[in-house]
Design a binder for this molecule. Structure first.
Ligand SMILES: NC(=O)c1ccc[n+]([C@@H]2O[C@H](COP(=O)([O-])OP(=O)(O)OC[C@H]3O[C@@H](n4cnc5c(N)ncnc54)[C@H](O)[C@@H]3O)[C@@H](O)[C@H]2O)c1
Length: 293
Protein backbone atom coordinates (compact mmCIF):
# COMPACT_ATOMS: atom_id res chain seq x y z
CA UNK A 1 0.00 0.00 0.00
CA UNK A 2 1.89 3.04 -1.17
CA UNK A 3 -0.35 5.62 0.46
CA UNK A 4 -2.29 5.32 3.73
CA UNK A 5 -4.09 8.65 3.29
CA UNK A 6 -7.86 8.24 3.26
CA UNK A 7 -7.66 4.56 4.33
CA UNK A 8 -9.34 3.21 7.46
CA UNK A 9 -7.19 1.36 10.00
CA UNK A 10 -8.46 -0.92 12.77
CA UNK A 11 -5.97 -1.19 15.64
CA UNK A 12 -6.25 -3.54 18.63
CA UNK A 13 -4.57 -2.37 21.80
CA UNK A 14 -5.19 1.06 20.28
CA UNK A 15 -5.63 2.86 23.59
CA UNK A 16 -1.98 2.77 24.58
CA UNK A 17 1.64 2.11 23.69
CA UNK A 18 2.54 0.86 20.23
CA UNK A 19 -1.07 0.71 19.03
CA UNK A 20 -1.82 4.32 19.93
CA UNK A 21 1.56 5.52 18.63
CA UNK A 22 0.88 3.85 15.28
CA UNK A 23 -2.61 5.37 15.24
CA UNK A 24 -1.08 8.81 15.69
CA UNK A 25 1.46 8.19 12.93
CA UNK A 26 -1.29 6.96 10.59
CA UNK A 27 -3.46 9.96 11.47
CA UNK A 28 -0.57 12.27 10.63
CA UNK A 29 -0.55 10.69 7.13
CA UNK A 30 -4.28 11.20 6.66
CA UNK A 31 -5.69 7.79 7.63
CA UNK A 32 -8.92 7.27 9.59
CA UNK A 33 -8.73 5.25 12.76
CA UNK A 34 -10.79 2.71 14.65
CA UNK A 35 -9.10 2.15 17.99
CA UNK A 36 -10.17 -1.05 19.73
CA UNK A 37 -9.23 -1.82 23.29
CA UNK A 38 -10.48 -3.61 26.40
CA UNK A 39 -9.96 -0.37 28.36
CA UNK A 40 -13.06 1.70 27.56
CA UNK A 41 -11.97 4.89 29.32
CA UNK A 42 -8.57 5.00 27.67
CA UNK A 43 -9.81 4.08 24.22
CA UNK A 44 -12.55 6.70 24.39
CA UNK A 45 -10.04 9.35 25.49
CA UNK A 46 -7.51 8.30 22.84
CA UNK A 47 -10.08 8.50 20.04
CA UNK A 48 -11.28 11.89 21.33
CA UNK A 49 -7.69 13.23 21.38
CA UNK A 50 -7.14 12.10 17.80
CA UNK A 51 -10.43 13.69 16.72
CA UNK A 52 -9.57 16.91 18.54
CA UNK A 53 -6.29 16.95 16.62
CA UNK A 54 -8.23 16.80 13.35
CA UNK A 55 -8.25 13.09 12.57
CA UNK A 56 -11.30 10.97 11.80
CA UNK A 57 -11.27 8.50 14.69
CA UNK A 58 -13.57 6.23 16.66
CA UNK A 59 -12.97 4.17 19.79
CA UNK A 60 -14.59 0.77 20.40
CA UNK A 61 -14.47 -1.41 23.47
CA UNK A 62 -13.22 -4.85 22.51
CA UNK A 63 -11.82 -7.79 24.41
CA UNK A 64 -9.83 -9.46 21.63
CA UNK A 65 -10.40 -12.86 23.22
CA UNK A 66 -14.17 -12.59 22.74
CA UNK A 67 -15.53 -13.85 19.43
CA UNK A 68 -18.86 -12.12 20.06
CA UNK A 69 -16.99 -8.91 20.85
CA UNK A 70 -15.23 -9.13 17.48
CA UNK A 71 -18.55 -9.48 15.66
CA UNK A 72 -19.85 -6.27 17.28
CA UNK A 73 -16.58 -4.37 16.76
CA UNK A 74 -16.48 -5.49 13.13
CA UNK A 75 -19.97 -4.18 12.55
CA UNK A 76 -19.17 -0.84 14.18
CA UNK A 77 -15.97 -0.52 12.16
CA UNK A 78 -17.64 -1.34 8.84
CA UNK A 79 -20.25 1.36 9.52
CA UNK A 80 -17.33 3.78 10.00
CA UNK A 81 -15.48 2.83 6.82
CA UNK A 82 -14.06 -0.13 4.90
CA UNK A 83 -11.07 -1.38 6.90
CA UNK A 84 -8.01 -1.74 4.70
CA UNK A 85 -5.31 -1.60 7.38
CA UNK A 86 -5.60 -4.14 10.20
CA UNK A 87 -3.12 -3.88 13.07
CA UNK A 88 -3.53 -6.91 15.34
CA UNK A 89 -1.41 -5.67 18.18
CA UNK A 90 -3.03 -6.05 21.62
CA UNK A 91 -0.84 -8.03 23.97
CA UNK A 92 -0.16 -8.72 27.62
CA UNK A 93 2.80 -9.94 29.63
CA UNK A 94 2.97 -13.54 30.76
CA UNK A 95 3.11 -15.26 34.10
CA UNK A 96 6.30 -15.97 35.92
CA UNK A 97 8.11 -18.60 37.92
CA UNK A 98 9.11 -22.13 36.96
CA UNK A 99 7.12 -23.53 34.06
CA UNK A 100 5.87 -26.58 35.93
CA UNK A 101 4.19 -24.29 38.46
CA UNK A 102 2.59 -21.95 35.95
CA UNK A 103 -0.93 -20.84 36.65
CA UNK A 104 -3.12 -22.42 33.98
CA UNK A 105 -5.44 -19.42 33.69
CA UNK A 106 -2.56 -17.01 33.16
CA UNK A 107 -1.16 -19.35 30.50
CA UNK A 108 -4.51 -19.61 28.66
CA UNK A 109 -5.10 -15.86 28.90
CA UNK A 110 -1.67 -15.09 27.46
CA UNK A 111 -2.24 -17.33 24.47
CA UNK A 112 -5.79 -16.04 24.00
CA UNK A 113 -4.72 -12.37 23.88
CA UNK A 114 -1.28 -12.66 22.30
CA UNK A 115 -1.81 -15.42 19.75
CA UNK A 116 -5.37 -16.68 19.30
CA UNK A 117 -6.84 -13.19 18.84
CA UNK A 118 -5.12 -12.87 15.45
CA UNK A 119 -7.53 -15.51 14.13
CA UNK A 120 -10.54 -13.48 15.27
CA UNK A 121 -9.03 -10.31 13.83
CA UNK A 122 -8.50 -11.92 10.45
CA UNK A 123 -11.87 -13.65 10.51
CA UNK A 124 -13.50 -10.26 11.05
CA UNK A 125 -11.71 -8.24 8.36
CA UNK A 126 -9.39 -10.24 6.11
CA UNK A 127 -12.11 -11.64 3.83
CA UNK A 128 -13.37 -8.15 2.99
CA UNK A 129 -9.81 -6.85 2.61
CA UNK A 130 -9.07 -9.55 0.04
CA UNK A 131 -12.41 -9.23 -1.74
CA UNK A 132 -12.12 -5.45 -2.17
CA UNK A 133 -9.39 -5.98 -4.74
CA UNK A 134 -7.75 -2.79 -3.46
CA UNK A 135 -4.37 -2.62 -1.71
CA UNK A 136 -4.73 -3.54 1.95
CA UNK A 137 -2.30 -4.36 4.73
CA UNK A 138 -2.16 -6.54 7.84
CA UNK A 139 0.35 -5.90 10.63
CA UNK A 140 0.78 -8.37 13.48
CA UNK A 141 2.79 -7.59 16.61
CA UNK A 142 5.20 -10.29 17.69
CA UNK A 143 8.39 -9.40 19.59
CA UNK A 144 12.16 -9.62 19.41
CA UNK A 145 11.84 -12.33 22.08
CA UNK A 146 10.36 -14.60 19.38
CA UNK A 147 13.84 -14.75 17.82
CA UNK A 148 16.08 -14.18 20.84
CA UNK A 149 14.31 -15.56 23.92
CA UNK A 150 15.69 -13.99 27.11
CA UNK A 151 14.98 -15.68 30.43
CA UNK A 152 11.53 -14.15 30.89
CA UNK A 153 7.99 -15.54 30.95
CA UNK A 154 7.60 -18.83 29.05
CA UNK A 155 3.99 -17.94 28.27
CA UNK A 156 4.88 -14.58 26.79
CA UNK A 157 7.83 -15.87 24.76
CA UNK A 158 6.03 -18.88 23.36
CA UNK A 159 2.86 -16.93 22.53
CA UNK A 160 5.03 -14.47 20.60
CA UNK A 161 6.68 -17.38 18.74
CA UNK A 162 3.15 -18.53 17.86
CA UNK A 163 2.40 -15.02 16.59
CA UNK A 164 5.53 -14.99 14.44
CA UNK A 165 4.48 -18.39 13.09
CA UNK A 166 1.02 -17.05 12.23
CA UNK A 167 2.57 -14.12 10.39
CA UNK A 168 5.04 -16.30 8.47
CA UNK A 169 2.31 -18.75 7.44
CA UNK A 170 -0.01 -15.91 6.43
CA UNK A 171 2.79 -14.41 4.37
CA UNK A 172 2.58 -17.45 2.10
CA UNK A 173 -1.21 -17.42 2.07
CA UNK A 174 -1.48 -13.72 1.24
CA UNK A 175 1.25 -13.68 -1.41
CA UNK A 176 -1.18 -14.04 -4.36
CA UNK A 177 -3.53 -11.34 -2.96
CA UNK A 178 -3.36 -7.56 -2.75
CA UNK A 179 -3.12 -7.77 1.05
CA UNK A 180 0.41 -7.05 2.26
CA UNK A 181 1.62 -8.29 5.62
CA UNK A 182 4.18 -7.13 8.17
CA UNK A 183 5.32 -8.60 11.44
CA UNK A 184 6.44 -6.12 14.09
CA UNK A 185 9.43 -7.39 16.10
CA UNK A 186 10.17 -4.69 18.70
CA UNK A 187 12.78 -4.81 21.41
CA UNK A 188 12.03 -2.80 24.52
CA UNK A 189 9.66 0.14 24.36
CA UNK A 190 8.47 2.48 27.11
CA UNK A 191 4.77 1.53 27.07
CA UNK A 192 2.25 0.63 29.77
CA UNK A 193 2.46 -3.12 29.16
CA UNK A 194 3.57 -3.98 32.68
CA UNK A 195 0.84 -1.86 34.29
CA UNK A 196 -1.75 -3.14 31.80
CA UNK A 197 -0.81 -6.73 32.56
CA UNK A 198 -0.92 -6.12 36.29
CA UNK A 199 -4.39 -4.58 36.01
CA UNK A 200 -5.77 -7.35 33.81
CA UNK A 201 -4.01 -10.46 35.19
CA UNK A 202 -6.78 -13.00 35.77
CA UNK A 203 -5.21 -15.07 38.55
CA UNK A 204 -4.06 -14.11 42.03
CA UNK A 205 -2.13 -17.27 42.86
CA UNK A 206 1.24 -16.17 41.56
CA UNK A 207 0.92 -12.66 42.98
CA UNK A 208 4.14 -12.70 45.03
CA UNK A 209 6.43 -13.82 42.25
CA UNK A 210 4.58 -11.86 39.57
CA UNK A 211 4.74 -8.67 41.61
CA UNK A 212 8.52 -8.85 41.94
CA UNK A 213 8.98 -9.67 38.26
CA UNK A 214 6.62 -7.01 37.00
CA UNK A 215 8.28 -4.35 39.16
CA UNK A 216 11.67 -5.25 37.73
CA UNK A 217 10.29 -5.34 34.16
CA UNK A 218 8.63 -1.97 34.64
CA UNK A 219 12.03 -0.47 35.46
CA UNK A 220 13.68 -2.10 32.43
CA UNK A 221 10.98 -1.10 29.96
CA UNK A 222 10.83 2.50 31.24
CA UNK A 223 14.18 3.08 29.53
CA UNK A 224 12.98 1.52 26.28
CA UNK A 225 12.49 3.13 22.87
CA UNK A 226 9.82 5.77 22.38
CA UNK A 227 6.61 4.17 21.07
CA UNK A 228 6.22 7.17 18.73
CA UNK A 229 9.32 6.19 16.72
CA UNK A 230 8.06 2.62 16.44
CA UNK A 231 4.65 3.82 15.26
CA UNK A 232 6.29 5.86 12.50
CA UNK A 233 8.36 2.83 11.50
CA UNK A 234 5.21 0.69 11.26
CA UNK A 235 3.62 3.20 8.89
CA UNK A 236 6.72 3.16 6.66
CA UNK A 237 6.57 -0.64 6.55
CA UNK A 238 2.92 -0.51 5.49
CA UNK A 239 3.69 2.00 2.75
CA UNK A 240 6.78 0.09 1.56
CA UNK A 241 5.14 -3.34 1.95
CA UNK A 242 7.93 -4.74 4.15
CA UNK A 243 7.37 -8.05 5.90
CA UNK A 244 9.90 -7.79 8.73
CA UNK A 245 9.75 -4.71 10.96
CA UNK A 246 12.91 -4.71 13.07
CA UNK A 247 13.16 -1.60 15.20
CA UNK A 248 16.07 -2.49 17.51
CA UNK A 249 19.26 -3.41 15.56
CA UNK A 250 21.21 -3.94 18.79
CA UNK A 251 19.61 -7.41 18.92
CA UNK A 252 21.03 -8.49 15.56
CA UNK A 253 24.20 -10.10 16.97
CA UNK A 254 22.07 -12.20 19.31
CA UNK A 255 19.72 -13.12 16.48
CA UNK A 256 22.73 -14.28 14.46
CA UNK A 257 23.97 -16.30 17.42
CA UNK A 258 20.57 -17.99 17.83
CA UNK A 259 20.12 -18.85 14.15
CA UNK A 260 23.81 -19.77 13.84
CA UNK A 261 23.46 -22.18 16.76
CA UNK A 262 20.47 -23.77 15.05
CA UNK A 263 22.12 -24.04 11.63
CA UNK A 264 25.30 -25.47 13.13
CA UNK A 265 23.23 -28.31 14.56
CA UNK A 266 22.27 -29.56 11.06
CA UNK A 267 24.22 -32.78 10.49
CA UNK A 268 23.90 -35.77 8.20
CA UNK A 269 20.51 -37.38 7.52
CA UNK A 270 19.19 -39.73 10.20
CA UNK A 271 18.64 -42.19 7.35
CA UNK A 272 21.60 -42.30 4.96
CA UNK A 273 19.48 -44.33 2.48
CA UNK A 274 16.65 -41.76 2.35
CA UNK A 275 16.58 -39.71 -0.90
CA UNK A 276 15.59 -36.53 1.04
CA UNK A 277 12.26 -34.72 1.38
CA UNK A 278 10.50 -33.59 -1.79
CA UNK A 279 10.34 -29.97 -0.67
CA UNK A 280 9.33 -28.70 -4.12
CA UNK A 281 6.47 -31.25 -4.09
CA UNK A 282 5.36 -30.09 -0.65
CA UNK A 283 5.26 -26.47 -1.82
CA UNK A 284 3.39 -27.38 -5.01
CA UNK A 285 0.83 -29.48 -3.08
CA UNK A 286 0.02 -26.43 -0.96
CA UNK A 287 -0.43 -23.84 -3.66
CA UNK A 288 3.16 -23.22 -4.65
CA UNK A 289 4.18 -20.37 -2.35
CA UNK A 290 6.91 -20.07 0.25
CA UNK A 291 8.39 -17.02 1.99
CA UNK A 292 5.75 -14.96 0.26
CA UNK A 293 7.31 -15.62 -3.14
N1 LIG B 1 6.56 -2.62 25.16
C1 LIG B 1 7.47 -3.46 24.70
O1 LIG B 1 8.66 -3.41 25.09
C2 LIG B 1 7.09 -4.51 23.69
C3 LIG B 1 8.12 -5.25 23.10
C4 LIG B 1 7.78 -6.21 22.16
C5 LIG B 1 6.47 -6.42 21.82
N2 LIG B 1 5.49 -5.69 22.44
C6 LIG B 1 4.11 -5.97 22.07
O2 LIG B 1 3.50 -4.77 21.65
C7 LIG B 1 2.08 -4.92 21.74
C8 LIG B 1 1.47 -3.66 22.35
O3 LIG B 1 1.86 -3.60 23.71
P1 LIG B 1 2.36 -2.24 24.39
O4 LIG B 1 3.76 -2.47 24.77
O5 LIG B 1 2.02 -1.10 23.54
O6 LIG B 1 1.52 -2.27 25.75
P2 LIG B 1 0.36 -1.32 26.33
O7 LIG B 1 -0.12 -2.01 27.55
O8 LIG B 1 0.84 0.07 26.45
O9 LIG B 1 -0.77 -1.40 25.21
C9 LIG B 1 -1.47 -2.60 25.00
C10 LIG B 1 -2.94 -2.31 24.93
O10 LIG B 1 -3.62 -3.57 24.72
C11 LIG B 1 -4.80 -3.54 25.47
N3 LIG B 1 -5.27 -4.90 25.74
C12 LIG B 1 -4.78 -5.82 26.59
N4 LIG B 1 -5.54 -6.92 26.61
C13 LIG B 1 -6.54 -6.71 25.74
C14 LIG B 1 -7.64 -7.47 25.31
N5 LIG B 1 -7.90 -8.70 25.81
N6 LIG B 1 -8.48 -6.95 24.37
C15 LIG B 1 -8.25 -5.71 23.86
N7 LIG B 1 -7.23 -4.94 24.25
C16 LIG B 1 -6.37 -5.43 25.16
C17 LIG B 1 -4.47 -2.80 26.74
O11 LIG B 1 -5.62 -2.30 27.40
C18 LIG B 1 -3.52 -1.72 26.22
O12 LIG B 1 -4.23 -0.53 25.94
C19 LIG B 1 1.85 -6.19 22.54
O13 LIG B 1 1.49 -7.24 21.66
C20 LIG B 1 3.20 -6.45 23.16
O14 LIG B 1 3.39 -7.82 23.45
C21 LIG B 1 5.78 -4.74 23.35
Amino acid sequence: MTDVAGKTAFITGGASGLGLATARALAARGASLVLADIDTDRVTAAARDLSDAGARAMGVTLDVTSEAGWAAAGEAARAFGPVSILFSNAGVGGGSGPFERYDTEVWRWNYAVNAHAHLYACRTFLGDMKASGNPAHLVITSSMVAIVPPPISVAYISSKYATLGIAMALRNELAPTRVGISVLMPGMSATRIVETTRDLRPAEVEAGQAAATSQAMQGVLAGGMSPARIGERVVRAIEDDEFWIFTHPEWKDMAEAVTGDMLAAFGPSADPDYRGDDIAGLIAANGGRMFGR
